[in-house]
Design a protein around this ligand. Structure first.
Ligand code: NAP
Length: 258
């Protein structure tokens, strides 16, 4: 399982002498080397190279119960959690490629997929839309929003209330073991950089393809924080490997390597 895998990875890197420090980074000073990394405990860590791998956070609907029910009927990742909804109905929110991809994936597992989108047309690419629209297991609720998640008192999602944003009509979809998948995009976690490293207009760190180099020599980026496209564990792990090699070569070039 994921937690055990993480624990084993932690033990493996510890064996090679990695030190861990748990803190939230509030600021990175990139003006001169060593870089200065400020943490919320007031400490400043100095480093000759930095690999930023802070990932991205799924956007949420903003409903009061969704955070509490995440992992208990509410999910932001069909490939991670879809299996738990085998043979059960699921509701997906979103109209982009992610929502289409999740709908197609879940249609292969769930008993029924209801796709809720706030407008009357999808943002997703044509081919993805066509696949979804042609799938008899997927029902679309246009111009609609999920306005309530049921079951908070039982600490398990028991269903959702959907509102038609044009007519105001409400409907409840409930069933034992129902799942709600929120697929309305991700936000890269780069706010703490405060412009110190170049990002695209969505906030993803720009790297010099095919390397992990950012616009600041000595600072590298890996994983979802620089990848708006694939966002899979295996692609993130691969980019982490590249960043480690890039950082090591940088240190050797600069004469700071071992
Ligand atoms: P996205 O393209 O930004 O789409 C987000 C969707 O969620 C939009 O339809 C948006 O509605 C809706 N939405 C946003 N906030 C909402 C809210 N508060 N309540 C209800 N709905 C909300 O995000 P994405 O689908 O994650 O895709 C991100 C990028 O990755 C895109 O460039 C996409 O093409 C790419 N991607 C590609 C693939 C692929 O090619 N296989 C797969 C996944 C993602 P509106 O349309 O009304 O704004």
């Amino acid at each position: 399982m994921g937690p055990e895998l993480m624990e084993r990875m932690r033990a493996q890197v510890a064996r090679f002498g990695t030190e861990f420090q748990f803190a939230t980074v509030t600021k990175v000073e990139t003006g001169e080397r060593p870089f200065r990394i400020h943490t919320d405990s007031g400490e400043i860590v100095q480093a000759r190279t930095v690999i930023v791998a802070t990932g991205s956070a799924p956007r949420m609907l903003g409903l009061p119960s969704e955070r509490e029910l995440t992992g208990k009927g509410v999910s932001t990742c069909a490939t991670c959690d879809g299996f738990f909804y085998k043979g059960k109905p699921v509701v997906i929110v979103g109209g982009g490629d992610s929502a289409m991809e999740e709908a197609m994936y879940l249609a292969g597992l769930a008993s029924k997929v209801t796709l809720v989108h706030r407008r009357d047309s999808f943002r997703a690419s044509k081919i993805m839309q066509e696949r979804v629209l042609a799938n008899p297991k997927i029902e679309i609720k246009w111009d609609s929003a999920v306005v309530e998640i049921l079951g908070i008192e039982k600490n398990d999602c028991g269903g959702v209330v959907i509102e038609n944003l044009k007519t105001g009509a409400r409907e409840t979809i409930s069933a034992p073991g129902i799942g709600l998948f929120v697929a309305i995009g991700h936000t890269p976690v780069t706010g703490f950089l405060d412009g110190a490293i170049e990002t695209d207009e969505q906030g993803y760190i720009r790297v010099k393809d095919p390397t992990s180099e950012t616009n600041v020599p000595g600072i590298f980026a890996a994983g979802d924080v620089m990848d708006p496209r694939y966002r899979q564990a295996i692609t993130a792990a691969g980019s982490g490997c590249r960043a480690a090699i890039d950082a090591e070569r940088f240190l050797q070039r600069e004469g700071d390597g071992h």
